[in-house]
Design a protein around this ligand. Sequence first.
Ligand SMILES: N[C@@H](CCC(=O)N[C@@H](CS)C(=O)NCC(=O)O)C(=O)O
Length: 290
Amino acid sequence: MTAALRKFTSPQAILDEAWGRSPPQAALGADTERVELYHYHDSICSQKVRLALAEKNVPYASHIVSLITHDNLKPDYVRINPRAVVPTLVVDGQPIIDSATIVRYVAVHFPGPSLIPADAAAAGLMTEWVERGDLLPIREVTYREMSAMAGPAGEIMRHSLAARRALIEGYMAEAPELADAYTAKLVDVDDWEPAMGDPQRIADEMVVIEQAMNELEALLSVAPWIAGDAFTLADIVWIPVIARLKLVRLDAKLWQAGRRPAVAAYWERLKARPSFDAAIKRFNTNAAAA
Ligand SMILES: N[C@@H](CCC(=O)N[C@@H](CS)C(=O)NCC(=O)O)C(=O)O
């Protein structure tokens, strides 16, 4: 750690100083007993769920699970989310995991605007793009690009990644009943981290992203939203994807300077929605994101 970083008292303090101030915990809604969200500011999957909750105007109690200090690996959290990832939505005491499942749950179980089209063809398109959003190699791109950044943000990311294996092993010793979850997490760490710098993998990832952007451009050239005239869960899943590509500065390559003008216009429409402010901007810790 550099001298500049050592003056801070904790990793969270470093993060706050480098990227902005954290929003208050559990201060987002009055209905704190019914709906609780375990999430992290910049987590793309958390952004999806916050967007769905904002579009439906569902109040919730907010519990920030820091991915920088790895609160997601702590035994108490792994007990509610065995994959040790954010987000988790808890409704009436029942945890629901996986952001695609959660946004569907929110769409179906809460009043407010419908986020699932009635038309079967549009609903099919929506489902396809919800799944595609999940399949994009965004995690790899994010960690690689952010670890490579100069200054505190990059240093935090590198330091944070390096700490994970030892933490997982420590928690596994502390909570042996969670050994299966922790073993899976170690496999995950070993699996993707070394591949982050592999040039072939990076090239393959860019092909996948460019292809998805071409198809998105085609869809958005004929309709305002991914599945047609109505804003749906597909847009909820893709807002954070586009925001993340912007954050890691791939917008210059993908939709700036006349490239993919329909995607560029879509990004402007997304940012103008009140839910963007509530779910992304409010939690944004990096000025490059918006
Ligand atoms: N498929 C899961 C993926 C969740 C996920 O990977 N979350 C990331 C943040 S976006 C996370 O918690 N990463 C921490 C880790 O992998 O240890 C979902 O959509 O909820």
